[in-house]
Design a protein around this ligand. Structure first.
Ligand SMILES: [Mg+2]
Length: 262
């Protein structure tokens, strides 16, 4: 049964301030249907409120309860474990962690800190982890696209601290299984009843599939030739040049409800 669709944001619905062709119509169609619709992102340079405003400006109608961010998941995890984090995060999202006493940290959170990924800051994270602080990361994303540029994402910085300190990070966003399970629980659906649409092979496609959720990779955003895996749920495989969210969503919505695996 087809009951939920999960959209990644950047690279699927928009690139920076530009809406990806067909994305608005796909989201509008999903929202008007009986499907549960969720938007899930590892983006950690914007707060939840800034993301909702950005989506609104671009013409996407998204209710607050439909948006799941790795930054929110990080805050929830820290609350749950009663920890005081050292936050190596972007200045835009620092206020999201104001509730925590950060004077004497006993945990490390690494999000996309951009210009704040200095030696001093990474070394502070390393030293805390060497002293036993758990390491938390928003995701192992390799890079992201901003305008026409590809930019290094947070994954390499998390890996650097993991390597130096000999620890393994807990990933609270995609491809973390707890993140996907939280999203499914909010929608009240089983993994096989949902579809994930994203532009990141590891976070969106592999992560979703590990959680049992069929997934599609779009050919927009950070997509690069050679890394693609097409929608295994769809019988009607889209043409190579049509890998946009609108085509993939319409294909899935129109396909038989119980398709066979290829
Ligand atoms: Mg993306």
């Amino acid at each position: 049964m087809r009951r939920a669709v999960l959209f990644d944001l950047s690279g699927v619905l928009y690139d920076g301030d530009a809406v990806i062709s067909g994305a608005r119509a796909a989201v509008a169609r999903a929202q008007a249907s009986d499907l549960q619709v969720r938007f899930i992102t590892n983006t950690s340079q914007k707060t939840r409120q800034q993301l909702l405003e950005h989506l609104g400006r671009l013409g996407f109608e998204v209710r607050p309860g439909q948006l799941f961010t790795a930054v929110d998941a990080a805050r929830d995890w820290l609350r749950e474990h009663s920890l005081q984090p050292y936050c190596l995060v972007h200045h835009n999202v620092r206020s999201e962690f104001d509730e925590f006493d950060q004077a004497s940290p006993n945990a490390v959170l690494i999000a996309d800190a951009a210009e704040d990924f200095t030696y001093a800051n990474l070394n502070r994270a390393f030293q805390l982890c060497m002293d036993g602080a758990p390491l938390l990361g928003v995701g192992y994303n390799r890079y992201f696209k901003s305008g026409d540029e590809l930019l290094m994402d947070v994954g390499a910085f998390i890996r650097a601290v993991e390597f130096a300190a000999g620890v393994e990070a807990t990933i609270v966003g995609k491809p973390g299984q707890a993140f996907y399970q939280q999203v499914l629980a909010s929608a009240g659906v089983e993994p096989g009843e949902a579809l994930m649409i994203g532009d990141d092979v590891i976070g969106d496609v592999e992560g979703a599939r590990k959680a049992g959720i069929p997934a599609c990779l779009v050919q927009t955003g950070k997509y690069r030739r050679g890394g693609s895996q097409w929608c295994r749920r769809c019988r009607r495989r889209p043409k190579q040049k049509s890998g946009r969210v609108g085509i993939l969503f319409n294909c899935w919505a129109a396909a038989p409800a119980t398709p066979t695996a290829p």
